[in-house]
Ligand binder design. Structure first.
Ligand SMILES: Cc1ncc(COP(=O)(O)O)c(C=O)c1O
Length: 382
């Protein structure tokens, strides 16, 4: 089996991830931050340690500004629904996932104005187009760091400067890039960053978070969920303290322990080395697939401008047939269709059929890539 669906979720996880989860259950199974006994304290310690590692990893100084969520979708909803008021304006891109578009369309129903800046057919966004869209001012810019369809990387720093000059905040969707590309929230000018734990960070499903920049004033962001936090229990009103303001209910301590182990694994390997490996894989894949007659590749031709997420179509062939045959005849696992991102497919010109998406990961080998190229070539020929 060759697993090329890392953009959906990474697999296999480093063995240390499962071990840390078992250890949490067996050794530190209390409810973190609730009781005063040793199991609760041990659980709280694990959760705090991972919070601290994440804060450092994403370039903020205060670990309490890492709010754990279920996934990126939950973090994005917390930010979008917590910030926007009727009558305000949001600017977003034509490369967004439905984790952004659906909450934005919901806010549109509640009186928020949503403007979408188009991408070109490679998924590339122009800062000049954002500058023009921001001329009228906005409350928020929501941006996908890298497309889950074409891998195209957005010019985050430039757009952050433009957003701030227009008086807008920047919310970055880092679902595809956390653990893949370096992200420094402070240096890049990101006010809010939503990440998921189960993709590039190598953690288990059910983990993710919303990072609040050190310079972001949390009074602006209402919580999405209200409830018990283990703190200030004398009040029936949600506390303002961080991260409790955004973390009601028992956290996924088991998952967070696994996420911490995934992050440690990443840091031991080194983000630069992993990126170099992914660049090598995607260059080989793009080159090999590019030689197949009738095959069209999407995204920027230069692998340096994208993550290792490669989408293609074959003239006259259904993407569902290609995906089925890759799995059934060759044991190659990928994802076909619209990838929860109809807006991105409209930009690339692949709506409504979608594409075949190949997304290698840290353990994918060049031999596997060659096998995949041969398999696609055979399918294209017959
Ligand atoms: C660009 C992008 N944003 C958001 C998400 C949502 O991530 P999650 O399902 O972990 O909430 C994904 C997941 O595929 C994604 O690729």
């Amino acid at each position: 089996m060759i697993y090329l669906d890392h953009a959906a979720t990474s697999w296999p996880k480093p063995p240390a991830v499962g071990a840390a989860m078992t250890d949490f259950l067996e050794r530190a199974g209390g409810n973190p931050g609730r009781s005063g006994h040793r199991l609760s304290i041990a659980a709280g310690r694990t959760v705090y340690d991972v919070r601290e590692t994440l804060a450092e990893f994403f370039g903020i100084t205060d670990p309490l500004r890492v709010a754990f969520t279920l996934n990126a979708t939950h973090g994005l909803n917390t930010a979008i629904q917590g910030l926007l008021q009727p009558g305000q304006r949001v600017v977003t891109s034509g490369m967004e996932h439905n984790a952004v578009m659906r909450p934005l369309r919901e806010m549109e129903k509640r009186g928020v104005k949503v403007d979408v800046v188009s991408a070109d057919t490679h998924g590339t966004l122009s800062p000049a187009a954002f500058a023009a869209a921001l001329e009228g001012g906005a409350r928020l810019v929501v941006l996908n760091h890298a497309s889950n369809v074409s891998g195209t990387i957005a010019p985050v720093k430039e757009i952050a400067v433009l957003a701030h000059a227009a008086g807008a905040l920047l919310l970055l969707d880092a679902a595809q890039t956390a653990g893949v590309l370096p992200i420094d929230v402070t240096q890049m000018g990101i006010d809010l960053l939503a990440f998921t734990g189960h993709k590039g960070l190598q953690g288990p499903p059910g983990t993710g978070g919303l990072i609040l920049a050190d310079f972001f004033d949390s009074a602006q962001l209402d919580p999405l969920v209200h409830g018990g936090t283990g703190s200030r229990s004398e009040y029936e009103i949600q506390p303002d303290d961080l991260p409790d303001r955004y973390e009601s209910g028992t956290p996924n301590g088991v998952g967070i322990a696994g996420l911490g182990a995934g992050l440690n694994w990443l840091q031991q390997r080194g983000l630069d080395a992993l990126r170099a490996h992914e660049l090598e894989l995607s260059a080989r894949l793009r080159e090999g697939l590019g030689n197949i007659e009738g095959l069209r590749l999407y995204g920027p031709g230069d692998p340096g401008l994208s993550t290792a997420v490669i989408s293609f179509t074959l003239a006259g062939r259904r993407v569902s047939e290609i995906g089925y045959r890759l799995d059934d005849e060759y044991g190659i696992l990928c994802r076909v269709g619209l990838h929860c991102a109809p807006a991105a497919h409209r930009s690339l010109g692949t709506f409504p059929e979608g594409t075949v998406r190949l997304a290698p990961g840290p353990l994918t080998t060049l031999d596997e890539i060659d096998t995949v190229i041969r398999a696609v070539a055979r399918i294209a020929a017959a």
